[in-house]
Write a protein that binds this ligand. Structure first.
Ligand code: HEM
Length: 507
């Protein structure tokens, strides 16, 4: 519940409501079917006071218990439809994807900061299709991704070295590894050891993306009419923050792109997605250049913070579930031995480790409410009206924690995906739906798998003891369109002297 909403915001919202009153009245009489059920709407402001500001998937799940698989709320005439089951999401977003593949206009992240030019927030249409195609060619299949496996293997090995040297900085090492892989694949640029300026820039830009796209952190994302409120009035302050973020983002899009062009002129460019797209281009028109530049930025923007929580989850889960760790290590030892690190070629022989990767995707839901879709025309679903322009929110977190689908949903149990009757594959929902399904999923899966296999091959991960006391870490998902983990402590030590030799070996 939104208990802390300020009076100032309510004033701004009242202002905005004037803009939607006429629209709401005009529409009210033209619809036939009812909207899906949901919490009672107040006159004009609708459910403004019900919209959660934090961990919205928890409130959405409470609503699911009361109102069912599909719930509707509206705020000042803007409709939000929440889908609480995989079936509802498949039926609407996959089967009718021609109607449900648009994105809502996110005033702050999209319009002001500029992310609307990336595939993540692009409206459905020509430009969107062109960017998705480029993405698919670059990293959309196991075949295309396999060109980049050596980069993933090298950066993951570097990660092991950093963790060995400074285990308490685990978060920082994971972030760096994810960024290094993406920057290398996208631009052919190898991050310098220490504080690389491109890394700082990329981190600032993606932190801003996560915040500015969280639909309920900035109310303008829910109430577009707030865009008419000047920056100096309550409710308009996001404009100043947005202008600062826009500068950072502009640099992230242009600086590495110009660097690739320069390297290509000098004949020193490493192969990368950007250099390949530029190579294949006969005439670099301003339109084509914009297209390449933004496709590259989408690749970085979509992937930067997303694999990170999954890899960190490995360390938390292993500290909490030592039996799972032992089983995975036994499997890795039996298949690979202790004389080399695991690689992608071992993957098909590691069923338990693969099940562990799936359980990570389920247990810690990285994108708990996906990226929201928007309906391009009116539709009727199960007798309910889904109005044109409604924001469609798949509650992926609940789909992956529904006890009817995954018994003991808060327990970490890779076994659920093994045996004759495995539970549903979390990859069917955790990467989203229809024509908007995550185009980076092959890379994400490859990165998480290799981090798990390599880390488990060489490290023991346990609870930390401090001052004679054992600290049991807690799993908590933080608010954000990409949900990070609440910081926790664990102990990470090499499994043996031979493991240490492997970590120290030359890359
Ligand atoms: C564990 C890792 C990841 C998860 C859980 C994840 C999940 C998602 C989800 C749920 C969506 C929204 C899909 C929808 O709208 O229905 C999405 C979109 C997207 N993801 Fe990922 N993702 C991950 C990693 C990556 C990586 C590594 C990249 C890039 C290399 C990437 C690039 C993108 C892009 C560009 C979009 C926007 C697609 C569009 O709007 O058409 N993601 N992702």
């Amino acid at each position: 519940m939104l208990t802390g909403i300020s009076e100032a915001l309510l004033n701004a919202a009242a202002l905005a409501s004037a803009f939607v009153l006429v629209y709401t009245l005009l529409n009210k009489f033209s619809k036939t079917a009812p909207l899906p059920p949901g919490p009672r709407k107040l006159p004009l402001i609708g459910n403004l006071l019900d919209i959660p500001r934090e961990r919205e998937w928890v409130t959405f799940t409470e609503w699911a218990a009361k109102w069912g698989d599909i719930v509707s709320v509206s705020v000042l005439g803007e409709h939000m439809i929440i889908l609480n089951t995989a079936q509802a999401a498949f039926e609407m977003l996959d089967k009718k994807s021609a109607k449900f593949s648009d994105r809502p206009v996110l005033e702050l992240a999209g319009e002001i900061v500029g992310w609307k030019n990336t595939v993540i927030l692009l409206p459905y249409g020509e430009e969107f299709r062109a960017q998705r195609k480029a993405f698919h060619q670059a990293i959309g299949s196991k075949n295309s991704m396999s060109h980049y496996y050596p980069i993933v293997e090298k950066e993951t090995h570097k990660f092991l070295k950093r963790v060995l040297a400074e285990p308490v900085l685990l978060d920082r090492h994971v972030r760096r590894m994810s960024a290094a892989i993406l920057i290398r694949i996208t631009y052919g640029y190898e991050l310098q050891e220490g504080q690389d300026p491109l890394l700082t820039l990329a981190e600032d830009a993606t932190a801003a993306l996560a915040l500015s796209t969280a639909p309920t952190v900035f109310m303008v994302n829910v109430i577009p009419a707030l865009r008419y409120v000047p920056a100096w009035l309550p409710g308009g302050g996001y404009k100043n923050i947005g202008a600062k973020w826009a500068k950072i983002f502009d640099e992230l899009v242009n600086r590495p792109y110009e660097w690739v062009k320069k390297q290509m002129k000098l004949g020193t460019a490493n192969p990368s997605v950007t250099s390949r797209l530029l190579d294949e281009t006969a005439e670099l028109t301003p339109e084509r250049e914009r297209h390449i530049k933004w496709s590259a930025a989408s690749l970085y923007g979509g992937g930067a913070d997303t694999t990170m929580p999954s890899i960190i989850t490995l360390f938390l889960a292993m500290a909490l579930y030592p039996d799972v760790m032992r089983k995975a290590q036994e499997e890795i030892d039996a298949v690979i031995g202790q004389d080399r690190l695991p690689s992608f070629s071992d993957r098909e022989n590691l069923p338990y480790t693969n099940a562990l990767v799936l359980e990570i995707a389920r247990w810690h839901t990285v994108a708990p409410t996906a990226v929201h879709h928007s309906s391009m025309e009116d539709d009727i679903y199960n007798g309910y009206l889904i109005p044109k322009g409604a924001m469609i929110i798949p509650n992926i977190w609940y789909m992956l924690h529904d006890p009817k689908v995954y018994p003991d949903p808060f327990e970490f149990k890779p076994e659920r995906f093994l045996g004759p009757n495995p539970e549903p594959d979390p990859y069917d929902v955790c990467f989203g739906f229809g024509r908007r399904i995550c185009p980076g999923r092959v890379l994400a899966d490859a990165s998480v798998f290799l981090s798990c296999a390599m880390s488990l091959a060489v490290f023991n991960i346990t609870k930390l003891s401090e001052n004679g006391e054992t600290i049991t870490p807690i799993h908590e998902q933080l608010t954000g369109s990409i949900s990070q983990l609440k910081p926790f402590k664990c102990a990470i030590t090499p499994r043996s002297s031979q493991a240490q030799v492997l970590i120290d070996s030359e890359i």
